[in-house]
Design a protein around this ligand. Structure first.
Ligand code: B16
Ligand code: MG
Length: 217
């Protein structure tokens, strides 16, 4: 009755949403419209290409395919300037303790992120070596809410989907985990993530016996 864990990256392990926000906002302003924190919520867990489409919808701007490619590139270059300054102090509260606990329990964990920059971000915060595997935006063909990213994660863990526990902060991510037939844990606002099997405000709120009593191995 083994279990394994799949972690989303942005919003669960680190808060890179604030850097995505700064980079997308600059692009929106360049295109002549405002981009707010509320708008940024719509981009959480969503792929880079889809994020640009949502942003252009907000500004009611239409662009040629060539321009889109150019802006995707410049947005990412801008975003990476923030990522290169990241360090382990940006790991979200409770994440290190949770990974320690899983190590002690002998429960394996992999990453399941939409980000193509996931390996770089994990290296910046010194967590790259800790994960048994990484599934990111480079390894999937279908973005969340499609379950693909988590199903590949289960393969890396050598487990069946129903043996996998997914930590997610985005609606699309919780939906993907549920579609994959996994145990979904929403990290953040429980009203927003009400479709999750369990809800916690942050990783610090997870009960001590969560993996032994609530989800027995
Ligand atoms: P990139 P996650 C997601 O990460 C972010 O939440 C989302 O806002 C972003 O657009 C997506 O990664 C793609 O990121 O531009 O770095 O490839 O939450 O799935 O870890
Ligand atoms: Mg996320």
């Amino acid at each position: 009755n083994k279990i394994g864990v799949i972690f989303d990256l942005d919003g669960v392990i680190v808060d890179t949403a604030k850097y995505h926000f700064l980079a997308w906002k600059q692009l929106a302003n360049h295109l002549g419209f405002e981009f707010t924190e509320a708008h940024n919520e719509l981009l959480k867990g969503v792929s880079r290409v889809r994020s640009l489409e949502i942003l252009l919808d907000i500004g009611k701007v239409s662009l040629s395919e060539e321009k889109k490619q150019e802006y995707l590139k410049s947005k990412n270059e801008h975003y990476l300037k923030y990522i290169m300054k990241m360090g382990p102090e940006e790991i979200l509260p409770g994440a290190n303790a949770l990974l320690d606990k899983l190590d002690n329990l002998g429960i394996e964990y992999v990453l399941g992120s939409a980000s193509k920059n996931a390996p770089l971000i994990l290296k910046q915060v010194n967590l790259f070596e800790r994960f048994s595997g990484i599934v990111d935006g480079n390894s999937v063909t279908k973005a969340k809410p499609d379950p693909e990213v988590f199903l590949i994660g289960a393969q890396k863990l050598n487990l069946k989907p129903e043996q996998c526990v997914v930590f997610e902060d985005a609606i699309a991510g919780v939906e993907a985990a549920n579609k994959a037939n996994m145990i979904s844990i929403g990290i953040g606002d429980k009203n927003t993530l009400h479709e999750a099997d369990f809800n916690f405000k942050s990783l610090t709120e997870i009960p001590h016996d969560f993996f032994t009593a609530v989800i027995p191995e």
